[in-house]
Design a protein around this ligand. Sequence first.
Ligand code: SF4
Length: 369
Amino acid sequence: MTWSTCAPAEQIGFGVYVHVPFCRHKCDYCAFATFTDKAHIVSQYLLALRTEIERAAPSPAAAAVFVGGGTPSHVSPHELVHALDAIARHDDAEFTIECNPDDVTVELLQVYRSIGVNRVSLGMQSSSPHVLATLGRTHSPDNVVRAVDAIAATGFTTFNLDVMYGGAGESLDDWAATVQQVVALGAPHVSAYGLTVEAGTALADQPARHPNDDDQADKYDIVDDILGAAGYVNYEISNWAKPGHECRLNAIYWSGGNYAGFGSAAHAHVDGRRSWNVRTPDRFIELIEAGRPAESSFEVLDAATRKLERLQLQLRTRDGVPLDALDPSDVADMGELVRLVKSSTNGDRLVLTRAGRLLANEVSLRLRV
Ligand code: SF4
């Protein structure tokens, strides 16, 4: 099903994000709240996670659940599904678990499917071993192929491949080969992100390995060309899908919808109240076991801020923003960056062109509410 971010957020549904903050190895570019030295608390964490979910009841039944991290496939699948099964969800909810290709087997996926998981998101990143090495990724490209075979053998009808461009030493041909492999593997959904340098990461200390803007712009054209020719639709700057395989949780986020967040560092948003949990799993366990909420802090957004944020997110999607979200003189200045799309259901909208997608932040600064 295709979800338009123009639809009222309530219509797209309620979302749930679950954070599993454990990884086998820290990738050089990663700034997520995830840890490699806490194997001894994983079981305790998953029990605390279940408790947090149970305490949130009754909460609206989820239309989309996303289990990310971290590496959810790194923890015991039985303990994980025990925690996740406490989430109130619709029978037809989109239910995604992020996996490392090294971990995926038919047996693992069958455990996930036993509670209704129907979508897998695989961190592929690149088909080139030397690019994976420069990103600090440890999985073997062969395991991506094996994982995709296991996904099909287990009966999943949709999955996502995450790929990343701009790693040191990655040629344009390397990147094109990665995207061609994504197509050959038949991924119905693709997320392609340019490598970014985040403070505090191993990459941040090594300027010689930092990505180059022009190289990344060329690689964006490559991914958009190859996927477009293969029948994928770019439905958000960094996301492409075969029709009907767009991610529903994304639509919930981009329409300013409501979602719960469970686990350490998870964020939530309900009717303008945005909150986030404590960052470390140790503190999360401590609070939950003491019968206290794991929330670290919150902010309440006023109506104008909510509206502006929704416009900023919608601008990044194929739905674009209403014509009056930009001053006519700004639209004229932007030339080829936006195009006018007339829709009988959504009115006149301004949608980013490919050139505009590369400069979305600059267009975004001119949005008005
Ligand atoms: S696997 Fe993902 S979450 Fe874990 S360190 Fe690498 S990028 Fe970060």
